[in-house]
Write a protein that binds this ligand. Structure first.
Ligand SMILES: [Zn+2]
Length: 370
């Protein structure tokens, strides 16, 4: 049986361990030893060197008693800031919150504890089960840095459930946008702003005109674009010779994603050219969009489990990236599951105990049903 007391105490004990992106080692060691005690074999890759962290991605296998296709369950170790000194507060109404000065870390400890509780329950009850592979990642919150440097051929299964979405359990994210990051380095020419401004070329003015010519915000129902940061200039009496602009665009359609990035680059290039400035552009695909086939067995299994447990079994498009983008790009058939986390990436982050339990029941069903 899934045990509410046990999952709550596991969750709160993991919340108390600091696990910033690139600093997940302490949390990973605790979880590894718990998984070993449950009979899972554990491997690591070498991601930490590549990403400058203290911990690798973890791969853990629980051999099945049934000859069904193995399933991959994925969650990430890291939490966003402010995340040092997190503690879980259990309210009388069954909601777990942070202390109010940090995030809670239900993103993504809700997913992690649900997976572990499901394995504990199945093991304890001696239920027949398929082979389970855990893919536990680092630095997910840094544009999927950990999974991007993973060694996915360590996984035998090709069907994946990524437990990493807000909302009560019973909804699956079946498509998600890709993301392109842009950095524009504008180079103008400095001059005294009062004595001879006509001899200067303002990199800030070029940046402003370039941004003004970009399509930004919501472009259509599946495409967005945003300027994140502008940095440039110095004293008011100097025509600024340098300005850097960072931006991103997202779309669930791969062609629209590229077209949007093209438009932003062309707008900045034209503005720079018109003013006599130069621009160097760094363009980086952070992750690619995906859409799961409606015929996918991953979906059918999820919906059957939801029916059995009385959960909604709803399918939704997502607006953000997750490790599932990495898995789908590598050819996995994967969906992202909501696991109860709420108001993530804020100090108001919370989760209902009921949702922790239901997520564990859902994972248990996915492991023990065809
Ligand atoms: Zn997350």
């Amino acid at each position: 049986m899934i045990q509410e007391q046990r999952i709550v105490s596991h969750f709160t004990s993991l919340v108390a361990i600091d696990a910033p992106s690139r600093g997940e080692r302490a949390l990973a060691e605790v979880v590894k030893s718990q998984l070993r005690d449950l009979g899972l074999s554990i491997e690591e890759d070498q991601a930490k060197e590549a990403i400058g962290g203290d911990c690798n991605n973890i791969y853990a296998t629980w051999p099945g008693t049934l000859d069904w296709p193995p399933l991959v369950f994925c969650a990430h170790f890291d939490t966003v800031e402010p995340g040092k000194g997190k503690r879980a507060v259990i309210r009388p109404d069954g909601i777990i919150t942070s202390g109010g000065d940090t995030v809670l870390g239900a993103d993504d400890l809700s997913g992690l504890t649900a997976i572990v509780e499901a394995i504990r329950s199945i093991r304890e009850d001696g239920q027949e089960h398929r082979t389970v592979e855990l893919f536990l990642t680092v630095a997910e919150e840094q544009h999927l840095l950990g999974s991007t440097h993973a060694e996915l051929d360590r996984l035998k299964g090709r069907q994946a459930y990524v437990l990493d979405a807000s909302g009560s359990p019973g909804t699956a994210i079946v498509q998600a946008p890709g993301n392109i990051g842009l950095v524009f380095d504008l180079q103008g020419h400095s001059a005294h702003a009062g004595m001879e401004p006509e001899k200067g070329v303002s990199a800030i003015t070029a940046a402003a005109k370039g941004i003004a010519a970009m399509r930004l915000g919501r472009i259509d129902d599946e495409t967005t674009a945003n300027i994140g940061r502008i940095c440039g200039g110095g004293a008011t009496n100097i025509v600024a010779d340098a300005c850097t602009v960072t931006a991103e665009c997202r779309s669930r359609d791969a062609a629209k994603l590229e077209a949007q990035a093209d438009q932003m680059c062309a707008a900045m290039e034209k503005a720079a050219r018109d003013l006599g400035a130069r621009v160097a552009i760094q363009r980086h695909v952070s992750y690619r969009p995906y859409a799961v086939s409606p015929q996918s067995p991953v979906l059918a299994r999820f919906q059957a489990a939801c029916r059995k447990l009385g959960l909604a079994g709803a399918l939704q498009p997502g607006g953000g990236g997750s490790d599932n983008n990495t898995l789908c790009e590598a050819g996995f058939d994967g969906i992202v599951l909501t696991c109860g986390m709420d108001q993530v990436h804020s100090c108001q982050e919370r989760i209902a105990i009921r949702d922790l339990v239901d997520t564990a029941r859902l994972v248990e069903s996915l492991i023990t049903e065809p």
